[in-house]
Design a binder for this molecule. Structure first.
Ligand SMILES: [Zn+2]
Length: 61
């Protein structure tokens, strides 16, 4: 479980959007990237993020 105060101050490194915790990962509300959580520490790296399939097309436009 990630500290909620920590989530509040985190922002997506790709789009600076707000993030929230979802099923043990951190998800961006804006672009939908999912960041892994390792030992309760969110890994806020674009290179580590998973991009949802249905959002990839928007990114390319
Ligand atoms: Zn984002």
């Amino acid at each position: 479980m990630v500290d909620k105060k920590l989530i509040d101050i985190l922002a997506c490194p790709a789009c600076k959007g707000d993030v929230f915790e979802d099923k043990g990962s951190i998800e961006c509300k804006e672009c939908g990237r999912q960041y892994p959580v390792v030992d309760d520490i969110p890994v806020m790296l674009v290179d580590e993020a998973k991009m949802p399939e249905n959002k990839k097309n928007e990114e390319n436009e």
